[in-house]
Write a protein that binds this ligand. Structure first.
Ligand code: CO
Length: 450
């Protein structure tokens, strides 16, 4: 493979590590749910000159312009064609997911107790480390479906932006084996405390009504029809350690990748057609109207490449980089990992391999990413699951299967995956950003021939 003939222009990757992390923290705080992430990304793209497309309308696409399209408020596809690209040009795609394991509020949200408190009724969304949800200042956020006073059906994001509930632990005095054997019964132990009980019920819709009034001053809500609400940790993201070596925050899996994708797509000097997918419902298997098992990406690409033989040719020479956080070695539990050189924090993004294709990486699909790293001076590491443990998966194999596109699974090394507060290195997200910027702006996509 030849080195890049046209080095990346100077303004590229101008954002330094400090600014990058600061803006990343703002992004994390603005995005407590996939609905917020999707609308945050859409707003930023719109401000950068991207045009919104809706799936119910016909599309007129001009080359050199940027576009985005949302589905079900929780997934977004954004793309921009390079100035010199044409219908035949390869697509440089990246995909990530914007949902995280959480506690989702049930339709019948309030449970009255005989102990002077009202509690929230929640379901477990995905696979959270449940123990980490105790003793946290939980906010409530999501989307609300409503009728306004003109009879229009509307969907709005909502975020109380302050602690609204808490799940207190049982005191150690009442649970002598708590530090040894602590089973959490999902149906019994996970009711967050909401408020002191009063004679009058406090219906959840009344709370939502008031919050909507605060957030949307010109909105006249007539009736709230339903909601998709989640609890989240209100603790702010933080740099940790005397040298600020680590980042601790909620939803790092996988908002790191969504943020990197957004920032890279906003760079100038894109060459080929570049595409970002942020997908909802990955944590629950991706089967939904907006999930990666659905037809969102396929239908968008079918509109852009309506000629099927042409689409097949283009996909054959395109690349999909599936970005999702990876496990760094946990120094207290190193024996849980494979014995090979283990992914370390702040040592660069990880290429994830699995012989059963739970990750889509092969030696062939990993090669372009390795080249991108080498050319940007960013180190890369590899991850293979311990043979005695079940390997997770990503949207990578789904993209590879449905599009017939070469796909590589990569991600930022992290600790405490699926905790309410996860940890990653403070340099790794920026390193990933650098390689993805280079991916989008390199004069040619490094790709092996057939
Ligand atoms: Co993930």
């Amino acid at each position: 493979m030849l080195p890049d003939a046209h080095p990346v222009p100077k303004p590229m990757r101008a954002m330094d590590l400090f600014t990058f992390n600061q803006q990343f923290f703002d992004f994390l705080e603005s995005c407590p749910t996939p609905f917020h992430t999707t609308s945050f990304i859409a707003k930023n793209l719109q401000e950068a000159g991207f045009t919104e497309l809706t799936e119910s309308e016909d599309w007129q696409i001009s080359s050199g312009s940027g576009y985005y399209c949302c589905r079900d408020n929780g997934s977004i596809i954004a793309f921009k064609s390079g100035l010199e690209s044409n219908m035949d040009s390869p697509w440089r795609m990246i995909g990530s997911h914007c949902d995280s394991p959480a506690l989702q509020i049930k339709p019948n949200a309030i449970k009255k107790t005989s102990h002077a408190v009202d509690q929230l009724c929640v379901e477990v969304y995905g696979g959270p480390l449940l123990g980490t949800w105790f003793d946290r200042d939980l906010g409530i956020a999501g989307r609300v479906t409503l009728l306004d006073d003109t009879g229009q059906l509307l969907v709005h994001t909502i975020d109380f932006k302050r602690p609204m509930a808490i799940i207190p632990s049982l005191a150690i005095h009442l649970d002598k084996t708590a530090n040894k054997d602590h089973t959490i019964e999902k149906q019994k132990h996970l009711y967050p405390l909401l408020c002191q009980s009063h004679d009058n019920n406090l219906p959840i819709k009344e709370l939502l009504f008031r919050q909507l009034e605060d957030q949307y001053t010109s909105l006249a809500t007539k009736k709230i029809l339903g909601y998709d609400l989640f609890c989240y940790d209100t603790q702010k993201p933080a740099l940790i350690g005397p040298n600020s070596d680590f980042i601790a925050a909620g939803r790092l899996d996988n908002l790191v990748s969504c943020y990197v994708g957004l920032k890279a797509l906003l760079e100038d000097y894109l060459v080929d057609n570049c595409l970002l997918l942020c997908s909802n419902h990955e944590e629950i298997g991706s089967s939904s109207v907006a999930g990666a098992q659905g037809n969102f990406l396929q239908t968008v690409l079918a509109r852009l490449l309506p000629d099927v033989p042409l689409k097949n040719r283009v996909m054959n020479k395109s690349l999909f980089i599936s970005m999702d956080n990876s496990h760094a070695v946990h120094p207290n539990f190193a024996e849980r990992h494979d014995t090979q050189p283990l992914p370390l924090l702040n040592h660069g993004p990880v290429i994830k391999y699995n012989s059963n294709q739970r990750y889509a990486t092969t030696s062939r699909s990993a090669a372009p990413y390795q080249i991108l790293c080498d050319e940007t001076g960013v180190p890369h590491q590899s991850f293979v699951m311990n043979n005695d443990m079940r390997c997770g998966s990503t949207i990578g194999p789904i993209a590879a299967t449905s599009l017939g596109v070469q796909t590589v699974d990569i991600g930022v090394p992290s600790l405490a995956m699926h905790s309410i507060r996860e940890t990653t290195g403070s340099s790794d997200p920026h390193m990933l950003y650098q390689t993805i910027c280079h991916y989008f702006t390199r004069s040619q996509l490094p790709q092996a021939g057939n």
